[in-house]
Design a protein around this ligand. Structure first.
Ligand SMILES: Cc1cc2nc3c(=O)[nH]c(=O)nc-3n(C[C@H](O)[C@H](O)[C@H](O)COP(=O)(O)OP(=O)(O)OC[C@H]3O[C@@H](n4cnc5c(N)ncnc54)[C@H](O)[C@@H]3O)c2cc1C
Length: 277
């Protein structure tokens, strides 16, 4: 099947892109790397009268560090995120996540902003953003605003973005000395979406645990975080498995996903303690 005919316009700058979205009255679709949007259009799961192509807005691409904050432009491609020296040194969770995302061709085109805006519950970057306590920056006709990751992901493929807003960047705290950031997932084959996945961050002020592919959106496992802060790993696993409500589908049952979540937490804690690499 092929996509239905749609209009296409290449944005000259961010303001131009927003103006086109406003003018399209809800029928515009932002086109970034196209790795999810074009596939969805080909399957007629997404339609729009106007594709607003932002892929050449270089001002939305790249990584910078200001003080203790790392800012990653929305159009930074997955492969660039994985290779960037600032990301590798100060946000190693994002660099590690890239290795789990699809295949090289998709990582060379897909953008981190696209992955966050698409909000696939099985995707790695949204859960990373939650675990890191990221701020997501968006711009629309009324100006810009920043949304904590905890408020950004609302439901399956649904975020706090308004239809005429563009995600411009995310910012995350740079890892402090001694901070550990880990990602664990189980997928049927390398590059497949995870059956279940978990991000764990240990900072001086406590643990942060976020899960993906175990519900309609990435989940911050606050009960597990509190138990880990108290050094209670069994309690953390018990809390974690009770605070998720995974789906059953053709890939895995809900019970299996819940079991995997606990296994992934134990694996991550073992790595924290240096028992596993
Ligand atoms: C075969 C296959 C396997 C994949 N496997 C994985 C995987 O294992 N893990 C994973 O995480 N992902 C996976 N993906 C998805 C991939 O990571 C996509 O690149 C990513 O989800 C979307 O990024 P994009 O830049 O291509 O966005 P697009 O496809 O261009 O856009 C996706 C959606 O986000 C919106 N959007 C994009 N950018 C912005 C913006 N800046 N502001 C507002 N809205 C925006 C679009 O309008 C659209 O609705 C896979 C994709 C394919 C095709």
């Amino acid at each position: 099947m092929k996509a239905s005919a749609a209009g296409y316009a290449r944005a000259e700058n961010l303001r131009h892109a927003i103006e086109m979205l406003v003018a399209s009255e809800g029928e515009g679709r932002v086109l970034a790397g196209g790795q999810s949007l074009v596939a969805a259009m080909n399957m007629r799961l997404s339609a729009g009268d106007l594709l607003v192509d932002i892929s050449r807005l270089n001002e939305l691409s790249g990584v910078s560090q200001e003080g203790d904050t790392v800012r990653i432009g929305a159009l930074t491609r997955h492969a660039q995120v994985g290779a960037d020296p600032i990301v590798r040194a100060r946000v190693p969770l994002l660099a590690a996540a890239v290795a789990h995302i699809a295949h090289a061709a998709i990582r060379n085109r897909g953008t981190i902003g696209g992955a966050l805006a698409h909000a696939d519950p099985a995707a790695e970057f949204p859960a990373c953003a939650l675990a890191l306590g990221a701020e997501i920056h968006v711009e629309g006709p009324e100006g810009d605003r920043s949304i904590p990751a905890e408020d950004f992901f609302e439901d399956v493929f649904t975020t706090a973005l308004e239809e005429d807003e563009i995600l411009t960047a995310l910012s995350v705290p740079a890892a402090e000395t001694g901070e550990v950031q880990l990602i664990e997932e189980v997928a049927r084959r390398s590059g497949d979406y995870a059956l279940a996945g978990l991000c764990l961050v240990r900072r001086a002020k406590g643990h942060r645990v976020a899960l993906f592919s175990v519900g309609p959106k990435p989940i911050l496992a606050t009960g597990a975080m509190t138990a880990l802060d108290a050094g209670d790993v069994d309690g953390a696993v018990a809390a974690l498995t009770s605070e998720i409500d995974p789906p059953s589908d053709t890939q895995a049952s809900a019970a299996y996903r819940r079991h995997l979540a606990g296994v992934l937490l134990r694996r991550a804690v073992a790595r924290l303690e240096g028992d596993r690499t």
